[in-house]
Design a protein around this ligand. Structure first.
Ligand code: ADP
Length: 586
């Protein structure tokens, strides 16, 4: 069955089958009766009128065999085809009747059934309706030419009659035509095609670069913007390995090892990746992009590919860089006069060099403390601007955290005591792990050595910041510093018995300028930069910083740093001793 074939409801085919069968059976029966009972006058009259000879019997017989046998076999595959063949057999039978009978007498019976055929013809489509009308024209033309018919009511009525019926019945059949499965499929695939075209237009017009990647890592779709970023034309890139098309480096220009390639990661782990990276175009030009790659998963979790979206953020990055440079230059320039003011105020308050009355001393002390605060603010601004663009200076050396914390403990304890708080230090002494027995069976305390590789000045900044915060936000109780660790990690923590931090604020605490909004922070001064700087410094040494806190009970800030084993520490210390002067890592 092809697309031009029409189809109607089953009962119409069945009706046509019945009509064809009955007409054919009557004609075949008439033929047989005329052959075997010619003496019966009615039979004789009908036989002569209908020209029921052996040709008619053969055609009608074939028709009956078809309707009662082949039709049923064919119908299983296509009912309309089976009915169409049946209709052709009936047409043949009627044509034979029309041609062989006298138009003035017998032909009117055949002409009557011919109109029925004309009525059903449009059911199979317009060509069949036209076919029936043409046959009736040919019948009249040929008939009058060869003399088997003359101008009679039948020949007058046949052509216009069948034409009117065929055209009229088109209007009857049209609303009854059903769409075949194939036409439905064609219709749907047409819609699908137009949907695909629409999506292609949408994807091409997106300003962000979009690449669709197949499971084998090859580019299956790439839009114009991605083409501009990569320097590949759409035609060239399609079907090529995405890692060849999209050449990436880390944001600072360092090569990305093959095993860490984000495309490979998404396709192997079926997990999304979002990062800021450099993209190197075919012409070696570089842009900074925010790259988000998401796996495309089917409902059963099977990987169907991945979609990468790339946004050019080079301009935003350049603007950020400019802002950071402005802040660091401005704070650097302002820090110098502020340091001078602070120095002169300290001199003014020093009894040995100047004399001021008690009222003036009060004012000067306030001015001194505000200037100190201002100096700290500029220092923090400068440090955070540097931390952001990776210009934080760092001279890492081997530091033994136990000794290091003990060394700064005195200053910290003094800070706590000034506020009436207890300063507690649990540094590097954990009896449970470290007590070993001597030969004389006495317990000897072995202090574990917690080596890290970091700049002591930066570490001091982190510890002082955390400790100052603990003291600043704690009204009473104690502030303790602890040190512990395992084979891989050195952990130090600063715990306080202060107000605690609300759960909702914890995820934002280490962001720039973030301050918890409560009455305490509103009265206690601060910039919201301290914890941000701590995080940046800790990350500089591949460490991690986080807080655990309970409202009303206190907070503990933890810092984990990678631990150096003694051999590695000794090797690095030896290298430090021979290296002059120390080199900056950043
Ligand atoms: P600030 O200059 O405001 O102290 P930080 O970045 O050091 O900036 O800290 C951010 C915020 O975290 C503070 O405003 C404060 O609300 C909260 N915070 C930090 N440390 C503590 C602490 N020990 N106890 C309670 N809240 C703290």
């Amino acid at each position: 069955m092809n697309d031009s074939m029409h189809t109607v409801a089953k009962h119409w085919y069945r009706l046509y089958w019945w009509i064809s069968l009955v007409v054919t059976a009557v004609i075949a029966g008439g033929c047989l009766a005329f052959r075997f009972l010619p003496q019966v006058s009615v039979v004789h009259r009908l036989g002569t009128l209908g020209h029921l000879d052996s040709t008619t019997l053969v055609i009608a017989g074939l028709g009956l065999v078809y309707y009662l046998g082949a039709y049923w076999v064919l119908e299983k595959r296509s009912q309309e085809t089976a009915t169409l063949i049946g209709s052709m057999m009936l047409t043949l039978l009627l044509l034979n009747g029309l041609v062989s009978t006298d138009p003035g007498s017998g032909a009117w019976v055949y002409a009557g059934v011919w109109f029925v055929t004309a009525f059903f013809a449009p059911m199979f489509g317009l060509p069949f309706a036209i076919g029936v009308v043409l046959l009736s024209i040919i019948y009249v033309l040929l008939g009058s030419r060869f003399g088997f018919t003359h101008i009679s009511p039948v020949s007058w009525a046949l052509t216009p009659g069948s034409a009117i019926i065929a055209v009229g019945s088109i209007f009857f059949w049209r609303p009854r035509l059903l769409q075949t499965a194939e036409t439905q499929v064609n219709h749907l695939s047409g819609m699908l095609r137009s949907n695909q075209e629409q999506s292609a237009i949408i994807i091409q017009s997106i300003a962000d670069g979009v690449i669709v990647i197949a499971t084998d890592g090859k580019v299956s779709l790439i839009n114009l913007s991605a083409g501009l970023l990569t320097g590949w034309s759409i035609a060239d890139a399609t079907g090529v390995d995405v890692q060849l098309v999209v050449k990436l480096k880390q944001e600072k220009g360092v090569d990305i090892p093959k095993e860490n390639n984000p495309f490979a990661y998404v396709l192997t782990h079926k997990k999304p990746v979002s990062q800021v990276v450099q993209i190197i175009s075919q012409d070696e030009s570089m842009r900074i992009i925010s790259l988000v790659i998401s796996p495309v998963l089917l409902s059963d979790g099977e990987l169907a590919g991945a979609v990468a979206v790339m946004r050019d953020i080079s301009e935003e990055r350049a603007a950020e860089q400019q802002r950071a440079e402005f802040i660091s230059t401005a704070s650097h320039e302002m820090r110098t006069p502020v340091a001078a003011i602070e120095g002169y105020l300290a001199l003014a308050l020093n009894d040995k060099v100047s004399t001021v009355d008690s009222r003036a001393r009060g004012f000067l002390e306030k001015a001194h403390s505000s200037t100190q605060h201002l100096g700290k603010l500029f220092q923090d601004l400068l440090t955070s601007a540097k931390a952001e663009d990776g210009r934080l200076s760092s001279h890492p050396v081997v530091v033994e955290m136990g000794a290091f914390l003990e060394q700064i403990a005195e200053d910290l304890r003094f800070t706590a005591q000034k506020k009436g708080l207890l300063g507690e230090f649990i540094v590097g002494r954990s009896q449970a792990i470290d007590a070993t027995k001597n030969q004389d069976n006495t317990l000897k305390m072995v202090k574990p050595l917690y080596y890290v590789h970091a700049d002591p000045e930066r570490l001091r900044e982190v510890i002082t910041n955390l400790f100052d915060n603990a003291v600043k936000y704690t009204e009473q109780g104690k502030v303790s510093i602890g040190l512990t660790g395992n084979a891989d990690v050195v952990q130090f923590y600063i715990r306080d018995s202060g107000p605690g931090i609300p759960k909702d604020d914890i995820p934002h605490l280490f962001q720039k300028f973030y301050r918890v909004d409560n009455s305490a922070t509103r009265t206690i001064g601060g910039t919201g930069l301290g914890l941000f700087i701590c995080r940046k410094i800790v990350e500089l040494y591949q460490g991690r910083i986080w807080v655990e806190s309970e409202l009303g009970k206190g907070s503990t800030f933890f810092v984990n740093l990678p631990r150096l084993n003694s051999q590695r520490a000794a090797a690095l210390q030896a290298a430090e001793a021979s290296a002059t002067p120390p080199t900056a890592a950043h």
